[in-house]
Structures are given as C-alpha cells and as structure tokens.
Write a protein that binds this ligand. Structure first.
Ligand SMILES: C[S@@+](CC[C@H](N)C(=O)[O-])C[C@H]1O[C@@H](n2cnc3c(N)ncnc32)[C@H](O)[C@@H]1O
Length: 470
C-alpha cells in the first residue's frame, strides 16, 4: 500500500517532537538495573506472604514500594496512592512505619483493602483456629442455605453448577462467623474465583475456556486446569493460615525492635472527584500506578469478583465510565464541571505540542478509517487531560520536597509511539514538579502482535517516574 503523505508528515513531526523531548530529558532518563520487570509488576508478590493471596495482575510489588521509600530516604509522614488497587503502596509503606492513605474506585480493590485493615490485620489465635476449622471441616458443604449470587451478562455460566452452589453455600455459611473471620474468608473466596471458573483475565476482557459451552468466536481456548471449589479453597486457606501463623511467630521473636505499622486509610470512589476535596500540603510521598493507556478494562477483567460483590449491570456501566479514561468505551469527562481550577491543567495539555500532534494524527487516522477502533482517539485524549488534572492535584496535596513516584508504560497506536513518560513528565514540569529522574526498566517491550506486524517492532519504555515538589 502506498504511504499516505498526510499520515507520513504527521508521523514525521511526532518523531521529531519526541526526539526533542527525549533530548530535553536526556540527563534524567536513566536505565536502572535494580528495577526489573518482576519488581514493577505483580510477579515479585507471588512469593510474598499476604501479598500473594489475590493476584491483581495490574499491581506492582511490595518490594518496589519499600525500595523507593528506602532508596530515596523518604521522610516519615503520610504516603498516598490515588490509584490504590489492592493497596500495595498502602500496606508496604505501612509496614515500614508510614501512615498511608489511598483512593480506589473498584469494589474489588476496596473490599480487599478493607478486609486487610479490619480482618487480616486483626487476626489472633482464635481467628486462626476458626480458619483451620474451615479448612479442615468445610462447614459450608452441609449448609442447606444458599446466598444470592449476582450474574452479569459477561459472567453468566462462568462456573459449573456444583461450583456455583458451593460458592452460594460458602457465602451463606460465613455469616455465622465473627466479622474478622468473615472478612478473611471472603478474601479467600475472592482469591480463587478465577481458578474455579471457565474464564481467564486477559487485559481487555475475560477469555472463555472452550469447556464453558459459551459460543466462542475465535479459536478454542484452553485455560488449563479448572479447580474444583473444595480443592481451591483448601489450598488458599492453607496459604492464608501459614502467612498468619508466620506473622505471629515473627511478632513474638522480634517484638522488641519491631517497627510499629502505620495507619491505613482508604477513600472510596474516583480520584477525580475525591482529590479536589483533599487538603493541600499533606503527604510526604505518593507511590502510584494509574491505569495504563492500553485499553485494559478492569470492569470486564474483574467482572467475576464485581458480580460476587453485588455489582449489577447498571453499576458496572457507571464504574466503567468513572475509570480514568483507559478503555475505548470511556466517554469524555466534563473536567471543568468537576473542578474549575483544572483550567490550568487543561491549558497545559492544549499547549503540549507533541500531545496535540499525536491527537491530530489519530484524528486523521480515524477520518481515513485506519484506526482499528474509533474510541482510541477519545481514550488517548481523555487519558492525558485527566492525568494532567490528577498531576495538578498531586502537586497541591504533596508537602514541599515531597516525591511522586509513578509506574507507567508507553504505548503505540496506529504506528505512532506515544511516549507517555516524556509527555506526562513535561506536563508535570509545567505544573511545578521538578523531574528528578525517569527510571527506565532494562528491557523495553513491543506492543500487540498486530502492531508489530504492521509497523515493525520498536521497544516501548516502561518506567518509574521520580518527580519532586520543589
Ligand atoms: C495499575 S492499577 C494500580 C495497582 C496498585 N498499584 C496495586 O499494586 O494494587 C490502577 C488502579 O486504578 C484504579 N482506578 C481507575 N480509575 C480510577 C479512578 N478514576 N479513581 C480511582 N481509582 C481508579 C483501578 O481500579 C486500578 O485498581
């Protein structure tokens, strides 16, 4: 196919502006060999007591949080995360003695964080003995009562009939236990749903195993072992009991020089609504990872858990729209109606040349029908404008000298590499931050196979940004 001159011109300008920004940040962009992919993803949590229970694929590791706090000698005070997920920043920083606060939108993250604060962290010998009883005697199996289980269109048929019944019996039976034990048992259940279902989380959506009997459009998918309920819950409860007992032992051995854990507080809802209500100059550091601009739809991939927590179709749609724009379904948010102080953040985006050229390019690709989804343009625009508002608020609520650490990935659409790291850093600088470092992970990764085929592979940077309020 002949290259289209207008596309070529715009791509050329994007590359030139990108090079310019790269040169501008040359001194702060450093490859950091201590940061490997395991540390900056959920991987390293797989062997960490407590953090290994629920596999939140989009989480980073507790070791990363501890590494950043220690390496940058962050002063004691409150550490904040506006995209708290399942609370890795909150709990890892709390273990080091920092008080922590965070915001999370999705009920799955909210529930796991609350269950940890008010359940797991309060467990003593008595609660551990109740968990052992549940693991050994499996009391739900004798239950005649069944709790309700909400199903969404996208989760219908996710379990075998037997599994569904056991989930409902389990939910019914845990109500007999104390609140602390209930919370831990619910966390255990949430942590096994994927493994006992016909589905697999796959970024943008749930993939269905061929055994589900659902009509499958593409090639048959085999997710491997599908656990039966008793087996999965027994293994999970054992892991939980081991971690709780290990913790008890450590407490008695090291009681004298133990660091007192900091308090953890969570705000529920969208950070776009909550941040403007938070007082200025409060936090000594923020460690966060917003959704990436990669079309991942958390409301679909976590639909099993959301349905179990009672989210219905209407609420699901609402949550999807409240997410920071990161899916092709997100509609434009009326940012100035949320907070008219954000005129500043918006103006900065309007004047960021590289961003505007990328948007012009995507808009043209949409016009000539070369964008594989028309929602991509709106998503990319929404992503930067909303993030700019989040950055403006972050600057305001941080104390002087406070750090903002952010994990994020660059992306590529329609052949245009989008340097999220450089563009967000430039926006942050214009909002007052000093860009201390952009720590680059040793290996860039390509994008989807589709993109590689059409446009050739160019590694995309994955980075941890280190910004400072000076
Ligand atoms: C990359 S994950 C963060 C994971 C977290 N670092 C952890 O280790 O668990 C991004 C999180 O942002 C949340 N999120 C998305 N839009 C949000 C919004 N508008 N307000 C608050 N949280 C939001 C998502 O639900 C998701 O949990």
């Amino acid at each position: 196919m002949l290259p289209d001159p207008k596309s070529e011109n715009l791509l050329f300008t994007i590359n030139r502006l990108d090079e310019q920004l790269l040169t501008y940040f040359n001194d702060v962009l450093v490859v950091n060999n201590q940061l490997d992919r395991t540390l900056v993803s959920f991987q390293a949590n797989k062997t960490e007591a407590f953090y290994r229970w629920y596999k939140y694929k989009e989480a980073f590791s507790s070791r990363l949080v501890k590494f950043l706090l220690q390496d940058y000698q962050v002063r004691k005070g409150i550490v904040f995360d506006p995209f708290a997920g399942i609370g890795t920043t909150l709990f890892a920083a709390s273990e080091l003695g920092y008080d922590t606060e965070g915001i999370e939108l999705l009920p799955i993250g909210i529930k796991l964080i609350e269950n940890k604060i008010y359940g797991v962290n309060k467990a003593q010998n008595f609660e551990i003995s109740r968990l052992k009883y549940w693991q050994k005697d499996q009391p739900w199996k004798q239950s005649k009562g069944l709790d309700n289980l909400t199903f969404l269109k996208i989760t219908k048929g996710a379990y075998t009939k037997e599994t569904e019944i056991q989930i409902r019996q389990y939910l019914y039976t845990i109500k007999r236990e104390s609140e602390v034990v209930q919370k831990i048992l619910l966390t255990a259940l949430l942590s096994i749903l994927e493994s006992v279902s016909f589905t697999r989380k796959d970024g943008q959506y749930l993939r269905w195993d061929y055994r589900s009997g659902r009509q499958i459009k593409s090639r048959a998918f085999d997710k491997g072992k599908i656990y039966n309920f008793e087996e999965a819950i027994t293994i999970k409860l054992e892991e939980i009991i081991n971690d709780l007992q290990g913790d008890e032992k450590q407490l008695s051995l090291f009681n004298d020089n133990l660091i007192k854990s900091g308090n953890v507080k969570l705000y529920q809802g969208s950070c776009l609504n909550i941040l403007p209500k938070i007082e200025s100059n409060q936090y000594t550091a923020m460690i966060t990872s917003p959704p990436y601009c990669n079309r991942y739809d958390y409301t679909r991939t976590y639909a099993l858990e959301l349905a179990l927590l009672g989210v219905d179709e209407e609420k699901l749609r609402q949550l999807r729209q409240e997410l920071l724009s990161c899916t092709v379904e997100n509609k434009e948010k009326a940012l100035l109606e949320i907070n008219n102080d954000w005129e500043k953040a918006i103006k900065i985006c309007d004047n960021t040349q590289l961003l505007q050229t990328i948007l012009r390019y995507l808009s043209y690709q949409k016009e000539i029908k070369k964008l594989n989804n028309n929602g991509i343009l709106r998503m990319v625009k929404g992503y930067f404008y909303e993030m700019s508002c989040v950055i403006q608020e972050s600057f305001r609520i941080l104390k002087d000298d406070g750090f903002l650490f952010m994990v994020n990935d660059n992306v590529r659409y329609a052949g245009a590499s989008i340097s999220i790291d450089l563009i967000l850093s430039k926006i942050a600088e214009n909002l007052g931050f000093m860009i201390e470092k952009i720590l680059v992970l040793p290996n860039g990764k390509g994008n989807s196979s589709q993109q590689m085929g059409t446009h050739g592979r160019k590694p995309l940077r994955k980075c941890v940004y280190v910004w400072r309020k000076k």
